[in-house]
Design a protein around this ligand. Structure first.
Ligand SMILES: [Cu+2]
Length: 542
């Protein structure tokens, strides 16, 4: 049974009473200290005021490849499964660095960590059939002050990746070290229907994911293929011709709390979840984005650390939803709202064709949420404005298209199932747990035969906590949600990699485990829960 939140508060108070050092770690020399006896997550010390919608939306640059010879020392093929089956055709190098970042011109620059010294990091464009190497260098300062640990492991969420390239939490590198990631760029099971689209990469260091991600270690990884060709004018009959180039816009959402010096604040004693009071998109506070009256492909990513968004457009317009997490839906779905837990994604079309010149349309979050719990279920009207679209660029035509259908889903074949497992997410003894165990990456919780299929039942037994459950490597299809199949048109019908479990939800998932062997994980993607032990290891064995 779930421990009540009252008990949890008592535990937090006890932690404070024992005289632990600064509960609220910031990047500045000044530390915020909670008043005596008040749990830090109850302190109301808002960020400094900022004028909304005076910052243009920044778009991260696309990372450019280098030649194999520029990687010194060279890549070691023996370190990678199936290296010679999928020899790399492109090579990239990323340096993780500390830098000063401007979240808003009215705040002083904030000490931030980023891939290649920017946040979000550079966007990687990858193509199916074109394997790549991404070398990650840890060049973070070993002697830094404040939250975050300068020890990293990079997970490409949710690429079909061999364990040694997956960013396993214990495969971390320290300052001065590097790690090579081999992304083989083939769909799971070599099944074209399992081709992925919008992914992101982020830090996954054991016990420090939430702090390192909050510090800035996130970036986009976008996959293209013979149908989703990154060219809205593609004459190929196979091409879908979705909006491309400047009309294909990735949005990374993070909510951040700032101190009076403009530094991001991370409360290391809050094990419920970190909620900020500033909405950032691509790491700037409440930007505006000028658009033409035409269709845009908008890729929305919840970068966390702990917030659930219910996103709406202020003019009542619907989104045309193309994908759910990394997968295209079988066909586009129209909905007025996007429900996005941490790490979830939706690619959508927002069509500004009929907007009035000069019209301003806000992307608003209407989910009420307090203290890092899941959303209360109450929708706020009008909600908080996250981003403003300004329809004031000239009309230049729109050659893009939205197909009626994408790819069919592979039908789960239950005759392949060799094992059923139950995983219960709960709170026990001061830690978030799965099957009553806190994370221990030396313990193998499930050994799965390579090539087999399984059914996993995932249950949230905590009475008032949402857990966005992420399972690495293979994606699942939902067989039953609380005993029933999904309704037609439910965007969760696609293959997915993050499952939102509200209190007492129980879900049956179908998986197949193919192509590689080794160590993988399942964890809550409220990364504060993850770091407070809601993670297990499972292995694929020959
Ligand atoms: Cu959780």
């Amino acid at each position: 049974m779930g421990t009540t939140s009252k008990n949890r508060r008592e535990i937090l108070k006890a932690g404070l009473a024992t005289g632990a050092a600064a509960a609220l770690a910031t990047r500045s020399s000044a530390q915020l200290c909670p008043p005596d006896g008040i749990p830090p997550d109850l302190i109301v010390r808002p960020s400094p005021p900022t004028t909304p919608f005076i910052v243009p939306l920044p778009i991260p640059p696309v990372l450019q490849p280098i030649s194999a010879g520029d990687l010194v020392p060279p890549v070691n093929p023996a370190a990678h499964q199936r290296f010679y089956d999928f020899p790399p055709k492109k090579y990239y190098q990323i340096r993780q660095r500390e830098f000063l970042h401007t979240y808003h011109p009215e705040l002083p620059p904030a000490v931030t960590w980023g891939y290649n010294g920017i946040a979000p990091g550079p966007t990687i464009h990858a193509w199916y059939g074109e394997p790549i190497i991404v070398r990650q260098w840890n060049e973070l300062p070993a002697d830094h002050v404040g939250f975050g640990l300068p020890s990293t492991t990079t997970h490409l969420h949710n690429m079909h990746t061999a364990t040694e390239s997956d960013g396993f939490p214990m495969d971390y590198i320290d300052p001065g070290e590097y790690h090579d990631h081999h992304y083989a760029m083939f769909p799971a099971g070599f099944d074209e229907r399992e081709t992925l689209t919008s992914l992101w990469y982020h830090d996954h260091r054991m016990d420090f994911t939430s702090q390192n991600v909050y510090a800035g270690l996130t970036g986009f990884f976008l996959c293209f293929d013979s149908r989703d060709t990154n060219n809205e004018r593609d004459p190929s009959p196979d091409a879908w011709r979705l909006p491309s180039g400047r009309y294909d816009v990735p949005l990374m959402l993070h909510d951040v709390l700032f101190d009076q010096d403009g530094q991001a604040v991370f409360d290391v004693f809050n094990t419920d979840g970190i909620l900020g009071d500033k909405w950032t998109v691509n790491r700037v506070i409440q930007p505006y984005f000028k658009v033409e009256p035409r269709k845009y492909r908008i890729r929305i990513q919840n970068g966390g650390p702990s917030r659930h968004y219910s996103l709406w457009l202020s003019n009542g317009q619907e989104f045309t939803i193309l994908s759910s997490d990394g997968n295209f839906l079988p066909e586009p779905v129209q909905k007025p709202n996007l429900e996005i837990s941490v790490a979830q994604r939706h690619d959508v079309i927002i069509d500004f064709t009929d907007a009035q010149p000069g019209e301003q349309i806000f992307l608003v979050n209407r989910a009420e949420q307090i203290f890092g719990r899941g959303p209360t279920g109450r929708l706020l009207t009008p909600g908080d404005q996250v981003l403003r679209f300004d329809v004031d660029l000239p009309r230049r035509g729109d050659p893009s298209q939205v197909p009626d259908r994408f790819r069919d889903l592979p039908a789960p074949d239950l005759s392949e199932v060799v094992e059923e497992r139950l995983f219960v997410f709960d709170y026990d003894g001061g830690l978030w747990t799965i099957n009553q165990q806190p994370a221990d990456m030396h313990v193998i919780n499930a050994e799965i035969k390579q090539g087999s299929a399984e059914i996993w039942t995932i249950r949230n037994e905590g009475s008032d906590w949402q857990h966005p459950v992420h399972i690495h490597f293979e994606e699942f299809q939902i067989l039953e949600f609380n005993g029933k199949p999904l309704e037609p048109g439910d965007p969760r019908i696609s293959r997915k990699d993050v499952l939102t479990l509200n209190p007492w939800d129980e879900v049956k998932l179908f998986f197949r485990f193919r192509d590689f062997t080794g160590r993988y994980i399942m964890h809550c993607h409220n990364v504060v829960h993850e770091d407070h032990a809601m993670m297990i290891r499972w292995d694929i064995v020959p």
